[in-house]
Ligand binder design. Structure first.
Ligand code: INI
Length: 157
């Protein structure tokens, strides 16, 4: 095996790292669990809770608008976007999912602030509960670790 240079981010908090969270109120019971998971993941890995700021928006569709403002503020090393979109009976689901996923991806790419996609997208509420702290883990917690990994990675690239 040839020697190569490998760059990867540690999942630990650099000194003074600041994390912004955007959480959407739609399906709030689920999103609160995601927020708890995200904060738990950040604090357990060394982030000072004073350096975590959460902004609430009405629904997932509004997440990119607030996240872009936070990214452009220069106040945060990474952002975590949390929402829950449940398919239900209407095509609204597809519009919301498309816009929030595109928007979040663009924010990370255009601002350089790592922006995590912590949107639970499911067919029904049972699947959403499973991803918000029940048997399929907690998407907020997972995003916390990904955010720290990306902060550390970006500082080396
Ligand atoms: N917003 C969500 O976050 N989840 C949903 O499941 C959802 N559904 O199903 O409608 C939803 N709609 C609201 C949307 O995000 C906007 O807040 C609204 O359309 C106002 O712009």
């Amino acid at each position: 095996m040839r020697e190569i240079q490998v760059i990867e981010g540690k999942v630990t908090a650099p000194e003074g790292v600041k994390i912004g969270i955007v959480a959407s109120r739609f399906n709030e019971i689920i999103v609160h669990k995601l927020l708890d998971g995200a904060v738990d993941g950040l604090v357990r890995h060394g982030v000072d809770s004073d350096n975590i700021t959460a902004a609430w928006v009405p629904g997932s569709f509004e997440i990119p608008t607030a996240a872009l403002r936070m990214a452009e503020s220069g106040k945060y090393d990474a952002l975590i976007c949390l929402g829950c979109v449940i398919r239900g009976e209407t095509s609204h689901y597809d519009y919301v999912c498309n816009e929030v996923s595109k928007g979040i991806a663009q924010i990370g790419m255009t601002t350089g602030v790592p922006t995590m996609f912590g949107i639970v997208t499911t067919e029904n509420v049972e699947q959403a509960i499973a991803r918000a702290g029940a048997h399929a883990g907690n998407k907020g917690y997972d995003c916390a670790l990904s955010a720290l990994e990306m902060v550390n990675l970006m500082r080396q690239l």
